[in-house]
Write a protein that binds this ligand. Structure first.
Ligand SMILES: CC(=O)N[C@H]1[C@@H](OP(=O)(O)OP(=O)(O)OC[C@H]2O[C@@H](n3ccc(=O)[nH]c3=O)[C@H](O)[C@@H]2O)O[C@H](CO)[C@@H](O)[C@@H]1O
Ligand SMILES: C=C(OP(=O)(O)O)C(=O)O
Length: 428
C-alpha cells in the first residue's frame, strides 16, 4: 500500500504541463490489438492503468515498450490466452478488451472489470451492443464470455438506452472490422471517443460522426498504422490542476490544454470569480480572491464532468456561502466527503446532493483515497491545510495522475509518496 504525505500551507506557483488523457489511453491500448501492424502512441501518461494494460497485453503475446512517453505495441503475434485477473480487476477499462478481442477473433472471455468504486457500474449497454452485432454473450462467476461462432460480426443499428462512454467505445471496437454498417444512436460525445476514432481512421477504419450522438461505422477488413498517434491532453488532470491553482496558487500556468474540452469547468471557475486567462493551448490562473458559491450538476460531455466534481470541491470550501453539487452520473460518488470532514471541512451529503459550506481553515489528517478523484480532492485539500496530511491508498491517485510528485514539487509543494515504511519517490 502506498501513502502520499503532504506538508500543507505552501503557496504554489510556476507552471505544469498536462499529460495525455487517461481515458483515451486506456481505450487506445486495447484498440491496438485490432491493428495488423505494430502501432505507436505518443504523449502516453505514466500511470498505473497503463502498466496494468501492458501486463494484460503481455498475457496475449503482444509485446509493448514504454519509453519517454512513447508506447510501442506489436500485436502481430497475438494469441488468445487467459488474461491476468488481478490486472483486469485493477482498472475499469479492461472491458475494452471485450470489444477489441471480439473485433479481432470473433470471441472474448474477460473477467468483470474493476476501476473506481463510485457506485453501481453496469455494462448492460455494452452487452446489448455485442448481441446486436451478432454475438452470443453469457456471464458465469464474474467472467463474461462473448462469441460470434462461425457467423462473424454483422453491422447493426444500436440505440444506447443511457449515454455511456464505455459502451460507445466498446461498440466502435467491435464494429470497426464487422461486416457492413453499424450505427450507434444516443452515443456519448466525449473528446476521448473522437481520439479513438481518429486513431482507427488513420489506420483505414471508416468511422464518421464521433463527437456527435450518431456514429456510423462501415466495417473494414484491415487496419494498418502508418503514423504515431499523439494522445489528446487529459482534461480531467487539467481541471484538477486548475482547481488546485485557484485554491492554493499565487499564479500558475497550466500548459497543454484544449480549452474547448474544459468549457463547462472553466465557466464555473469564472462564475466563482477566478480570473482565468485562457490562451490557445494553456490557461493562466492568477491568485484567486473573494470567491462566490455556485451550483454544479454533472452531465455527459459537454456538461460538467463527474470526474471533476470531487477535484473542484476543496475550492468550493473557500467560497462565500453554500455551494451544491448534484452528480447525476454517479450519485454515490461521495467517498471524499467523510475524509474532508476529518480535515475540518464543512461538507455533507444529503439526498443525492453534496453541500459545501465556507470553511476558514483545514487541518492535516490521515485520510483515505477511496478512489482516484476522491484522492485528487484530498490532495488539493492537503495543500490548502495547515500541518501534515497522509493520504492512504494513494495507488488510486497513481491510477490517473502521471508524475504527480514531480509536477506538484515543481510548483513548490512539499509532497512525497511512501511505500509502507520505505520511501520510494521523494522529489523534494
Ligand atoms: C475509463 C473511462 O473512460 N472511464 C470514464 C467513463 O466510465 P464508464 O465508461 O464506465 O462510464 P459510462 O459513461 O459508461 O457511465 C455513464 C452512466 O451510464 C451508466 N451505464 C453505463 C454503461 C452501461 O452499460 N449501463 C449503464 O447504466 C453508468 O452506471 C453511469 O451512470 O465515463 C465516466 C462518465 O463520464 C467517467 O466517470 C469515467 O472516468
Ligand atoms: C472513474 C474514473 O476512472 P475509471 O472509469 O477508470 O474507474 C475516473 O477517471 O475518474
Amino acid at each position: 500500500m502506498k501513502k502520499m504525505i503532504i506538508h500543507g500551507g505552501q503557496r504554489l506557483s510556476g507552471s505544469v504541463t498536462i499529460g495525455g488523457a487517461k481515458n483515451s489511453t486506456v481505450a487506445l491500448i486495447p484498440a491496438a490489438i485490432l491493428a495488423d501492424t505494430p502501432v505507436k502512441f505518443d504523449m502516453v501518461p505514466d500511470i498505473l492503468d497503463v502498466h496494468n494494460l501492458m501486463l494484460i497485453l503481455q498475457s496475449m503475446n503482444v509485446h509493448s515498450l514504454f519509453e519517454d512517453g512513447v508506447l510501442s505495441i506489436d500485436p502481430t503475434e497475438i494469441i488468445q490466452a487467459p488474461m491476468p485477473s488481478q490486472a483486469i480487476k485493477s482498472l475499469r477499462a479492461s472491458y475494452y478488451f471485450m470489444g477489441a478481442l471480439l473485433g479481432r477473433f470473433g470471441s472474448a472471455t474477460v473477467t468483470f472489470p474493476g476501476g473506481d468504486n463510485i457506485g453501481p457500474r453496469p455494462i448492460d449497454q455494452h452487452i446489448k451492443a455485442f448481441k446486436a452485432l451478432g454475438a452470443d454473450v453469457f456471464e458465469e462467476k464474474g467472467t463474461v464470455h462473448i462469441s460470434t461462432g462461425e457467423k462473424g460480426l454483422t453491422g447493426a443499428r444500436i440505440f444506447l438506452d443511457v449515454v455511456s462512454v464505455g459502451a460507445t467505445m466498446n461498440t466502435i471496437l467491435a464494429a470497426v472490422k464487422a461486416d457492413g454498417l453499424t450505427t450507434i444512436e444516443n452515443a456519448a460525445k466525449e473528446p476521448e471517443i473522437i481520439d479513438l476514432a481518429t486513431f482507427l481512421n488513420n489506420m483505414g477504419a471508416h468511422i464518421r460522426g464521433a463527437g456527435t450522438d450518431v456514429i456510423r461505422i462501415e466495417g473494414v477488413p484491415v487496419l494498418r498504422a502508418t503514423n504515431v498517434h499523439t494522445i489528446i491532453p487529459d482534461r480531467i488532470e487539467a481541471g484538477t490542476f486548475l482547481s488546485l491553482a485557484a485554491a492554493a496558487g499565487d499564479g500558475i500556468q497550466i500548459n497543454n490544454i484544449i480549452p474547448e474540452h474544459l468549457e463547462s469547468f472553466t465557466a464555473k471557475l469564472i462564475e466563482m470569480g477566478v480570473p482565468l486567462e485562457i490562451g490557445e493551448d494553456s490557461v493562466y490562473v492568477p491568485k484567486a480572491l473573494d470567491l462566490k458559491a455556485i451550483q454544479i450538476k454533472t452531465m455527459p460531455f459537454p456538461g460538467f464532468a463527474t470526474d471533476l466534481q470531487q477535484p473542484i470541491t476543496p475550492l468550493l470550501l473557500k467560497a462565500d456561502g453554500s455551494s451544491v453539487i448534484v452528480d447525476t452520473i454517479y450519485p454515490q460518488r461521495i467517498k471524499h466527503v467523510s475524509e474532508l470532514q476529518k480535515m475540518g471541512a464543512h461538507i455533507r451529503s444529503e439526498n443525492d446532493m453534496i453541500v459545501i459550506d465556507h470553511t476558514e481553515m483545514l487541518s492535516g489528517a490521515t485520510v483515505d483515497a477511496g478512489e482516484i478523484r476522491a484522492g485528487a480532492s484530498l490532495m488539493i485539500a492537503a495543500m490548502m491545510a495547515s500541518g501534515t496530511t497522509t493520504i492512504i491508498n494513494a495507488e488510486n491517485i497513481l491510477r490517473g495522475y502521471g508524475s504527480i510528485v514531480k509536477k506538484l514539487s515543481d510548483l513548490n509543494a512539499e509532497v512525497a509518496i511512501e511505500d509502507d515504511h520505505v520511501k520510494t519517490m521523494v522529489e523534494k
